[in-house]
Ligand binder design. Structure first.
Ligand code: ADP
Length: 150
């Protein structure tokens, strides 16, 4: 059976830390679906369709990496797309506390869904979408932290 992993996130924006998780994930899984979860309550800094296009640009030519967006529960989207694994990245204990409870809920909602965590590569550990948004908002150069040009 094909091992398909869903890498869900806000990706507002997608960073070099995220790219690293995807590329390392391709060594474990046959296919990775990167999907931006859309939450109408949460205002985005970077437009969702723009970000989908930018992520696609990063992995063009790699047909085992798919980029999409979704509005339903992550577990339901995974199930609908044949993904048995959720791929997530861990930078620190704050990530762990948050990820731990989401992983349990997702497993509870859909028993076939295993969450697999990759520990961040140290050189990307300080990169966060929140900080990039702040820097970008004030006109700072964020090109070092993202794997595409804005
Ligand atoms: P969410 O809003 O679902 O937390 P994010 O886009 O912030 O989505 O992050 C998606 C995933 O990528 C999460 O598992 C997060 O911990 C992980 N992640 C974020 N930044 C990094 C990084 N620099 N290195 C490794 N993993 C990261």
């Amino acid at each position: 059976m094909k091992r398909i992993a869903l890498f869900p996130g806000s990706f507002d924006p997608f960073t070099k830390g995220h790219e690293d998780i995807v590329l390392r994930g391709t060594q474990i899984f046959d296919e990775i679906i990167i999907a931006i979860g859309y939450n109408s309550q949460k205002k985005r800094h970077f437009d969702i369709d723009y970000m989908v296009a930018k992520i696609k640009e990063c992995f063009s030519g790699k047909d085992n990496i798919i980029v999409d967006k979704y509005t339903e529960l992550t577990a339901i989207y995974a199930n609908r797309n044949g993904a048995n694994y959720l791929l997530r990245g861990l930078r620190n204990t704050t990530d762990f506390e948050y990820e731990n409870s989401i992983a349990m809920v997702n497993k509870d909602l859909y028993n076939g869904l295993e969450t697999v965590f990759l520990i961040t590569s140290p050189k990307f550990a300080f990169i966060s979408s929140t900080i990039i948004r702040e820097v970008h908002n004030y006109g700072g150069d964020v090109s070092k932290y993202i794997p595409y040009t804005l």
